[in-house]
Ligand binder design. Structure first.
Ligand SMILES: Nc1ncnc2c1ncn2[C@@H]1O[C@H](COP(=O)(O)OP(=O)(O)OP(=O)(O)O)[C@@H](O)[C@H]1O
Ligand SMILES: [Mg+2]
Length: 458
């Protein structure tokens, strides 16, 4: 009566056994459980309950003065206890606290699940499995990892996964976008500065390396660092210490470095844009994250994953993707890789009114690309997709190259020309090189650059 008066719903049970069945049927938010009962006693009911649902809060009711049993009950996982005779006040206050607490931990659990799914690396293709194996092997170490791959393939996600699975997981993960920081600020960003060390330095600033002490620093877009910054970063990596601008003191830092780039650093070295010594420092464990077109098998799973996440984030009803639509999505050449796929799925989830996404609902670029593949096997230009820098790693399959920029068109044309000439010369590299009048080494480089492999059936 007290509980009902307070606005709670109350369901009673006459014995331990009856209680267990009632609880499974009613799914209550909390249980008040007497210890001394005929038949199954409270302690046994408690054990059985927790075997079913560990998170269900149980408050024990003990007879006057049976302290030992009460202690045992708390040890077995009861959240609190009442002694008979029950005091109205205490029952209400305790119950309110217990419910509040369990609501909080439920929220926590949900958040944790949401976070986990945010960082989940979805996919089971052989190409991705290779990446995951390298992640597993490198994560427990302090070794420097260099992540290579086109824009949007998941380099940042991999970097975070390595950190989360390393002994440094409890410490910070500091991300530095080397391309986004203006040249004149990069030193103070990375190494910090003292107040008044330069015009505009009105406050002291702790640099990224210092912030990452005992944790991980993620140097993103390392291929875009200026020469000057490269020299500075190399020094920190060698010495494991930094100096704030305007301070003569050196500070020891213990950081694990993960670097990433979508540039071909070896080419950048040849062009004199990237320091070779820095490259060797960073390239201890290289992990190449393959483009989505080399792991199309993963697309349906990724679509489901992003659809589910979008539905949760935006409070939308879940949607089905019709097999034909899924097919088109799986065949499309995702030049913006997983990021482009994710954005597309998000848009579809929000903009499609029906419960199912059909081919007709797909954006025209994607549908039309499909049509042109079906009509002809000749390269058909597709409109430029977002997030595809002209310097991204070149394409590696025989799909229409979708040349959006001049550079992409040239690459696609060069690739097609080389494949044609190689075919004419039965894939004899020396001969082909001679005929097209280029050094053999250059031809090898091109084959690698474009991922051209000899066709097995000619
Ligand atoms: N295997 C995957 N499973 C689920 N989500 C993924 C996967 N790979 C990438 N993503 C998601 O795709 C998006 C792009 O990934 P991320 O930012 O890690 O790419 P990136 O390689 O760092 O790209 P950029 O070079 O443009 O910075 C992110 O939202 C990421 O969570
Ligand atoms: Mg990134």
């Amino acid at each position: 009566m007290i509980l009902e008066y307070e606005g709670y719903q109350f369901v009673g049970a006459v014995s331990g056994q009856d209680g267990l069945t009632t609880i499974q049927r009613e799914r209550p938010d909390a249980v008040l459980l007497d210890i001394k009962m005929p038949g199954m006693d409270g302690m046994e009911v408690l054990r059985k309950l927790h075997a079913l649902d560990e998170s269900l809060p149980v408050i024990m009711i003990s007879g006057h003065g049976s302290t030992a049993t009460t202690v045992e009950a708390i040890k077995s996982g009861a959240v609190d206890y009442f002694e008979k005779p029950l005091s109205t006040e205490r029952v209400i206050v305790t119950l309110r606290n217990v419910l509040k607490q369990s609501e909080l931990s439920a929220e926590n659990r949900d958040l944790k699940v949401a976070m986990e799914s945010r960082y989940e690396i979805v996919g089971q293709s052989p190409a991705l499995r290779g990446v995951l194996e390298s992640v597993q092997r490198s994560a427990p170490t302090n070794a420097t990892v260099l992540l290579l791959g086109e824009s949007g393939v998941g380099k940042e996600l991999v970097a975070r996964t390595i950190h989360r699975n390393s002994p440094r997981a409890g410490q910070r993960f500091i991300q530095v976008n080397c391309a986004a920081i203006p040249e004149e600020l990069i030193e103070s960003e990375l190494f910090g500065h003292e107040k008044g060390s330069f015009t505009g330095a009105t406050e002291k600033q702790v640099g990224k390396f210092e912030q990452a002490d005992r944790g991980t620093i993620f140097l993103d877009e390392v291929g875009d660092m200026s020469q000057k910054t490269q020299a500075k970063v190399l020094r920190v990596l060698q010495e494991q210490e930094v100096e704030r601008l305007g301070s003569a003191r050196t500070i020891k830092v213990d950081v694990r470095v993960i670097a990433a780039t979508n540039k071909n650093l070896e080419e950048a070295i040849e062009r004199g844009e990237f320091r070779e010594d820095l490259y060797f420092r960073l390239n201890v464990i290289p992990i190449v994250v393959p483009p989505l077109r080399d792991r199309r098998e993963d697309i349906p799973r990724l679509v489901q994953h992003f659809a589910k996440r979008t539905a949760e984030e935006h409070n939308l009803k879940p949607k089905r993707f019709e097999p034909s639509a899924m097919d088109v999505l799986s065949r499309y050449r995702w030049r913006g890789n997983i990021r482009e796929l994710r954005n597309t799925v998000e848009r579809l989830m929000i903009m499609t009114p029906a419960d199912a996404v059909r081919v007709e609902d797909l954006p025209p670029d994607i549908r039309n690309a499909e049509a042109s593949v079906a009509r002809t096997s000749a390269p058909a230009p597709t409109p430029a997709a977002e997030n595809t820098p002209a310097n991204s790693v070149p394409k590696t399959d025989g799909q229409p190259a979708g040349a959006g920029t001049l550079r992409e068109f040239k690459d696609a044309a060069e690739r097609a020309y080389l494949v044609q000439k190689l075919r004419e010369n039965n894939w004899n590299i020396s001969k082909t090189a001679e005929i097209i009048d280029t050094p053999r080494s250059n031809l090898y480089k091109k084959l690698e650059q474009y991922g051209i492999k000899q066709e097995v059936d000619g």
